[in-house]
Design a binder for this molecule. Structure first.
Ligand code: NAP
Ligand code: ZN
Length: 349
């Protein structure tokens, strides 16, 4: 079937309308009419070929919410009309240790929602800036939020799980002091989730203009990271730091804020490396720097249900498909509060 989408034909070209095809419904497939798709900074990295190996045409988008419009004969878990989501994963090998553990995100054969290998035309996956998608039922999530929150649920499918998973893995909760660095799409979800988990939350931003917002999002304290005095006030006090910054920067200024045995987990994936951190800063207090990538399917469902139970959604600004290039430019300037979401009905216009 042919549908409308928005994507790019090269890394140095703007996104534009295009027609794409979706595969015929397989026995285990769910067909989803996409209603909204969040706009992640990874979409920019990928479509502009800032990471290696972008295939064109590239249709980004992995924060998908919509309604089931058809189900395959053996896709028994879903019914037409169900509200569902699809995040960053649309396939994996389904039998390795990671898949068995529900950590499909770490499967060597994980297939991303866009730019992943597939037998379907054009030979790589095409993402959610489109009207419809066909996905194996294993990778389809249930949305239990009220329907009128659907647009603000979309960013949970990447920004939500990418922050939830490390916060859980490093046991963030009551009695723990947690830093969130970078208040963008990921960071604003990190603040909301760490707060809901009961932690004391300190937000670190380069933007003075986000100081008041960060408190409203759930931060107990906000530090403008350029201000050395404000940074020094938190020296050796944090149990855990979640670093979401999309650009290379000095990690040492944050490592120094960790307590003995503290960990800073990097989820930001800049196009070029961070300057190497000072080894002595790690050795001297048995500190760690770690990384984390999205989350597995069971944990993504757990996160969606946690958010539904706690009334958590993203703070969004809705755009039409033809505003996507402008939205990218604004994101690069940090000018979004806090996630753009594409109204996919606008693709029909
Ligand atoms: P975003 O909405 O653009 O937010 C990034 C934030 O980083 C900015 O709002 C800004 O916050 C801060 N920042 C500071 N200096 C910056 C600079 N020079 N350039 C850009 N940002 C700067 O991005 P996002 O969607 O949250 O994604 C953040 C990063 O995570 C990206 O690299 C993305 O590819 C990556 N990511 C990783 C995973 C994973 O699985 N690990 C998943 C999704 C995304 P302040 O204004 O508060 O300083
Ligand atoms: Zn993403």
């Amino acid at each position: 079937m042919t549908i409308k989408a928005y994507g790019a034909h090269a890394g140095n070209k703007p996104l534009e309308p295009m027609d794409i095809t979706r595969r015929a419904l397989g026995a285990h497939d769910v067909q989803i009419d996409i209603v909204f798709c969040g706009v992640c900074h990874s979409d920019i990295h990928q479509v502009r070929s800032e990471w290696a190996g972008t295939l064109y045409p590239c249709v980004p988008g992995h924060e998908i919410v919509g309604r089931v419009s058809a189900v395959g004969a053996h896709a028994s878990g879903f019914h037409a009309g169900d509200l569902v989501g699809v995040g960053c994963i649309v396939d994996s090998c389904k039998h390795c240790e990671e898949c068995d553990d529900g950590l499909e995100n770490y499967c060597d054969h994980m297939v991303g929602t866009y730019n992943g290998p597939t037998p379907d035309a054009p030979g790589h996956t095409l993402g959610g800036y489109s009207q419809r998608i066909v996905v194996h039922e294993r990778y389809v999530l249930r949305v239990r939020h009220p329907e009128d929150q659907l647009a603000a649920v979309a960013p949970l499918l990447c920004a939500g799980i990418t922050t939830y998973s490390p916060l859980r893995h490093w046991k963030v909760g009551p009695g723990r002091k947690v830093g969130v660095v970078g208040i963008g799409g990921l960071g604003h979800m990190g603040i909301k989730l760490a707060h809901a988990m009961g932690a004391q939350v300190v937000a670190f931003t380069t933007s003075e203009s986000k100081r008041e917002d960060a408190k409203a999002l759930g931060a107990d304290e906000v530090v403008v990271s350029r201000n050395a005095g404000e940074m020094a006030a938190h020296a050796r006090s944090l149990d855990f730091i979640l670093n979401t910054v999309a650009a290379p920067h000095d990690l040492d200024v944050f490592v120094e804020l960790l307590k003995r045995d503290g960990t800073m987990t990097l989820v930001g994936a800049p196009a070029s490396p961070h300057p190497s951190p000072q080894v002595m800063n790690l050795i001297g207090k048995r500190r760690s720097i770690a990384g984390s990538m999205i989350g597995g399917i069971p944990e993504t469902q757990e996160m969606l249900d946690f958010c539904a139970g706690h009334g958590i959604v993203a703070d969004i600004e809705m755009i039409r498909a033809d505003q996507i290039n402008e939205a990218y430019e604004r994101m690069l300037k940090g000018d979004v509060k806090y996630r753009f979401v594409m109204d996919c009905a606008s693709l029909a216009a």
